[in-house]
Design a binder for this molecule. Structure first.
Ligand code: MG
Ligand code: MG
Length: 255
């Protein structure tokens, strides 16, 4: 069931969102050639700890997962799209890194993700990341009272498809509140004018995931968590938690 949030609850979610924004900024700043993904996880843990926040990722175990998630960030490098587990991998020159982070403050959750490159970037990666950011911006711009979920999905999908990138059919955005994943699902492709009408007080995580090779095919790595492109091409992931208000969409996880 979809729950509408009061303005007071949206303020509380903004507090959680600001912690997520700070964590992602700190992780991005720390990311450099030679730094391990575990070290990036520790950077995010420190930001959450200082803020008195807990992680909705740590120990998370959805039905598909063989093990509880062991970290506070997902770190997905190159052909990993989402849900990468931080490990001892050391970042290399030209890597494309996607970091997803969540925080819970006073019982309210925030969820956001960024993609960036390390060292000397490949031009194709820069274009891919810019397109993921444009897709997110288009989705947020469509998150207005009077529109429907399908309008957000269509806006995101149109940017991705027009650029020739692939999309994950079974993964996308979601409602968010006291739990990180709530109804309704927010797909990354859809038909305008369809789906649930958007109302003041809905809070959604909008999150384009783009596959550079243009195919929609992906698979789970042996760890049971990491999702990788089938064609080996690189992927990008951007996400914000957004409140739909009469005054327009409000990003709660700004950086
Ligand atoms: Mg996320
Ligand atoms: Mg999310």
């Amino acid at each position: 069931m979809m729950e509408l949030k009061t303005d007071t609850s949206i303020e509380a979610m903004h507090a959680a969102g600001q912690v997520v924004g700070r964590a992602l900024t700190a992780v991005r700043k720390a990311a450099a050639v030679g730094v391990t993904l575990l070290e990036l996880d520790e950077v995010a843990r420190e930001v959450l700890r200082e803020a008195g926040a807990t992680s909705p990722f740590l120990g998370y175990r959805p039905s598909f997962a063989p093990t509880p998630f062991p970290a506070v960030i997902c770190a997905s490098v190159n052909d990993a799209i989402v849900h990468g587990i931080p490990d001892r991998y050391r970042l290399r020159d030209g890597d494309l890194v996607s970091i997803d982070c969540g925080a819970v403050v006073d019982g309210w959750a925030g969820d956001s993700a960024i993609s960036f490159t390390v060292g000397r970037a490949r031009p194709a990666d820069v274009t891919l990341i810019e397109t993921a950011e444009r897709a997110l911006a288009a989705g947020i711009a469509a998150a207005v009272v009077g529109n429907r979920i399908g309008d957000i999905a269509h806006a995101v999908g149109t940017v991705c498809r027009t650029a020739g990138y692939g999309i994950m059919e079974d993964y996308g955005g979601h409602g968010i509140g006291r739990r990180m994943h709530e109804d309704p699902p927010v797909p990354n492709e859809g038909r305008p004018g369809r789906g649930l009408p958007l109302r003041h007080g809905m809070v959604l995580a909008i999150e384009p995931m783009l596959i550079a090779g243009g195919t929609d095919a992906y698979h789970a790595a042996p760890d049971g968590w990491t999702l990788r492109t089938n064609d080996g091409s690189r992927a990008a992931h951007t996400e914000h938690t957004v409140a739909i208000t009469e005054a327009g969409p409000r990003i709660l996880t700004e950086r």
